[in-house]
Design a protein around this ligand. Sequence first.
Ligand code: ADE
Length: 224
Amino acid sequence: MRIDIITCLPSLLESPFSHSILKRAQQKGLVTVEVHDLRDYAQNKHRQVDDYAYGGGAGMVLMIEPIMQCLDHLKSERHYDEIIYMSPDGEPLTQQVSNQLSLYKNIVILCGHYKGVDERVREHLITREISIGDYVLSGGELAAAVLADSVIRLLPGVLSDETSALSDSFQDNLIAPPVYTRPASFQGWKVPDVLLSGHERRIQEWRYEQALKRTQDRRPHLLE
Ligand code: ADE
């Protein structure tokens, strides 16, 4: 899979893809993440990519021209299955959305900043808008990193069998059950006996019950 991220703050996206699972996924050639600096597509020598909003009001708006130039450049090189704009008023990100995106070959993620992007970008240049939650971030970069992470870990070969994404919370509309590691007793706080029993079937049953209970307590709507 290939993920192209367009941003006017590329340095914000350096760290998330340079460690651990996401770094290894790229090294193994399972995903390519390319971050594009919107300023490289600016139409003037000041590399300006934003301007005041028509009608006044506080906050700068990302202009359509650099975004169009950057998208045209990318689209001339390959077909994109989805061009996503990260926005707090977009479709809520869920495991189902990530699962769907993980089946695509090429996607673009556009990060907004300041007061957002010129509305004509949303009307004409993008195919989907995604939000990571009902709160406002300073820009779309952290949201883009969240989306990309949730998608990349689903790609075949990224996680080993034991850490398979199939056992993640939400994957079967259930929250993952609790997990424990050594020591078996810490300050008198004990690991449930069943997990030490070595009885595979009882352990699986216990995990399923716990997942069900946790989902009932914390995200009952998933069971509806
Ligand atoms: N940009 C700013 N806030 C955001 C959010 N909650 N989700 C996605 N993109 C955003």
